[in-house]
Design a protein around this ligand. Structure first.
Ligand code: ZN
Length: 226
């Protein structure tokens, strides 16, 4: 396998890029890199960086670009990234994207391949805000697509269904608006570089995987099927 490239998956929360980026990383035999995971790992290992970001994480703040970039650069220097990596939810800002470009270039990687997970806000809202979880057994329902037989009650154990505070429609709308503000310029930047591919993220998980396999060539001689 000669991926020798960074893959960047852009998309709003709930668009499925976490699942797809993990699958793709596995398929291409490269690490799946999420800055959230990197930060949590640094904090739990008590590294210098971890001690710096711990208070920010506890306050729910985003780390400044230079801290994020230092972490990413260190991670990319590790040997498992020699053939490439899949970035999930990074870069988030234009300065991060520009610095990442320079780091990749210095490693002889060339331009990244960027996949934009396109999904209508209404579809995403139904997907996230429709999600209710059983307070007893943890079963997950979608009140639009897979509703329980009796509203608010779990089919299996009669438990009360609850919605996570983060999944409430107003919260989701706000998160989406913030994502659009921040990430549209990023998509435009990569489009100008000629490296942006768009996929329909409203399709099923397996269909999205198939669409991705056609876009990403792992260099493993596969015919594009997973
Ligand atoms: Zn239940």
């Amino acid at each position: 396998m000669v991926l020798k490239q960074a893959l960047i998956f852009l998309g709003p929360p709930g668009a499925g890029k976490g699942t797809q980026s993990k699958r793709m990383a596995e398929r291409c035999g490269v690490p799946h890199l999420s800055t959230g995971d990197m930060f949590r790992d640094a904090v739990s290992r008590g590294t210098e960086l971890g001690r710096r970001v711990k208070p920010m994480m506890e306050r729910g703040e985003l780390a400044p670009d230079d801290v994020v970039m230092q972490m990413v650069e260190e991670r990319l220097a590790e040997s498992d990234c020699a053939r490439g990596a899949v970035f999930d939810g990074f870069p988030r800002t234009l300065p991060q994207a520009e610095r990442l470009g320079k780091i990749l270039e210095s490693k002889g990687f060339g331009k990244p391949l960027v996949v934009d997970f396109c999904i209508a806000p209404e579809t995403l809202l139904r997907r996230i805000a429709g999600r209710w979880t059983c307070s007893v057994g943890g079963e997950i329902y979608n009140i639009y697509e897979a509703p329980p037989k009796i509203a608010g009650i779990c089919d299996f154990d009669g438990g009360t269904l609850v919605q996570r505070a983060d999944d409430r429609a107003e919260v989701v709308k706000e998160r989406l608006a913030a994502y659009q503000r921040q990430t549209r310029p990023l998509a435009d930047y990569y489009r100008r570089l000629g490296v942006l591919e768009e996929i329909d993220a409203s399709a099923s998980v397996d269909n999205v995987s198939r669409a991705l396999a056609k876009i990403v060539n792992c260099g493993d001689g596969s015919d594009g099927r997973l």
